[in-house]
Design a binder for this molecule. Structure first.
Ligand code: RM4
Ligand code: MN
Ligand code: MN
Length: 412
């Protein structure tokens, strides 16, 4: 018997004694799907430079191969999200990608239009003061819907680089009106079974104003657009000190939370591996989601959330960085499933602040590694996906066979 197996037996007994249903918890862990970002398996980096990785994926086909390998070791990532301008096919057709992905056990997830890689976008895309650029953006959106359809995907995720750098540069309320018109054109172009995720970010590349700068702005746009528009929360897109789990709880309560771009941050939009810098925050976010999943008023929204990674692996190996990020996400989720919600409700009703906090922290402080290992083994996976990946020889294989440079996010 391996050490973790003994630890699992002890933990499972302890959790059962607390009245938790361990089998149900494992099943919930196994069901949490994380979409893999195609743009993170290619070379990615910062605006200062990109450290190229041996064997980095060069095409969407190779990105599918890498994501299939990640899925092989994890079992909870059968979906690859795409960023259209980094994932172009030679002939502009995408059904073949869908078929190739399906052969590898994957489907294509959220499709991200790209309205920032082009000289024309200097003053923005949909908010641009020039009508011809706005029209060009809308044409791109409509083409993205076609691509989404060909991929067999049901969601489009929009993040806009629109903003201004100087007071007076543009008329802010006019930009808001242009923003709505642009998003409405995209929303109206969607097939009836497609969802639009609207992402916000507080700054960058605009350093004075950003047209969708916080959840309130995304939320009000989504409200006006309609029921198939939902807010996407990128964990790195908030100012320091902002309480992200509180935002998540409000969006859940409004049934307007659509998805996440999960990553880690210390300062700004750092795109570090999920759960590496502030694992407590990630846990508290999942705590809100698990809580909402138990409430009939919010369960449908909570259970339909799309989880994606949005990261940039600048110094760590991309594939290992992604695997570790999914594992850290699972850790936060598993801990949130351990919160004794009945005891917590009682402590809150009694106004017992210390006890209420202790109950939440007891879950956070539980070592869930044996539980996750068991959940993985029951899915036919290795208890430690990083070890499985290292033992596979996949990295050596791609390093030897892929010559030339692979490009991903910011990898140009
Ligand atoms: C943004 C945002 C988007 C991502 C781009 C590349 O900061 O996170 O989701 O697609 O970067
Ligand atoms: Mn993002
Ligand atoms: Mn970002």
């Amino acid at each position: 018997m391996e050490t973790w197996e003994k630890q699992y037996d002890v933990l499972a007994d302890a959790l059962s004694e607390c009245g938790l249903d361990v089998e149900r918890i494992k099943a919930t862990i196994q069901r949490l799907v994380v979409e893999l970002p195609s743009w993170a398996v290619g070379n990615s980096g910062t605006r200062y430079g990109v450290f190229r990785q041996p064997g980095a994926a060069r095409t969407i086909w190779e990105k599918v191969d890498d994501c299939a390998e990640i899925q092989r070791v994890l079992g909870v990532c059968p979906v690859m999200a795409s960023h259209v301008n980094w994932d172009k096919t030679d002939d502009g057709r995408y059904e073949p990608v869908r078929a190739y992905a399906a052969e590898k056990g994957l489907r294509i997830g959220t499709v991200h239009p790209n309205t920032f890689l082009g000289q024309e976008y200097k003053f923005g895309s949909v908010c641009n003061p020039f009508a011809e650029v706005r029209q060009q953006t809308i044409d791109h959106f409509i083409d993205c819907v076609r691509i989404t359809r060909e991929f067999g995907s049901k969601s489009v995720g929009i993040w806009l680089a629109d903003g201004t750098n100087y007071p007076g540069q543009d008329h802010l309320r006019s930009r808001k009106h242009r923003l709505y018109e642009g998003l409405k054109a995209l929303y109206d172009a969607l097939d009836p079974d497609m969802t639009l995720f609207v992402e916000y970010k507080f700054f960058e590349p605009g350093f004075y104003t950003t047209d969708l700068q916080d959840w309130g702005m995304s939320f009000s746009m989504c409200q006006r657009l309609g029921p198939r528009a939902k807010v996407l929360v990128d964990l790195g897109h908030h100012a320091s000190g902002v309480n992200v789990e509180h935002i998540v709880s409000i969006l859940l309560d409004e049934n307007k939370l659509g998805g996440f771009h999960i990553n880690g941050r210390k300062y700004g939009d750092d795109d570090l591996m999920a759960g590496t810098i502030n694992p407590l925050e990630l846990f508290l976010i999942f705590d809100q989601i698990v809580d909402a999943s138990l409430d009939t008023a919010t369960a449908t929204t909570a259970n339909a959330i799309t989880y994606m990674l949005d990261q940039s692996h600048n110094i760590e190996g991309s594939i290992e960085g992604i695997i570790q990020s999914v594992m850290n996400t699972q850790t936060a989720h598993a801990k949130a499933l351990l919160v004794d919600r009945a005891a917590l409700a009682a402590a809150q009703e009694a106004g017992d602040v210390i006890l209420a906090n202790r109950i939440v922290m007891a879950a956070y402080e539980t070592d869930v590694r044996p539980l996750l290992a068991q959940a993985r083994v029951e899915m036919g996976r290795h208890p430690d996906p990083i070890v499985a990946f290292r033992e596979s020889g996949y990295l050596q294989h791609i390093a030897a066979t892929r010559t030339g440079e692979g490009l991903g996010a910011l990898g140009g």
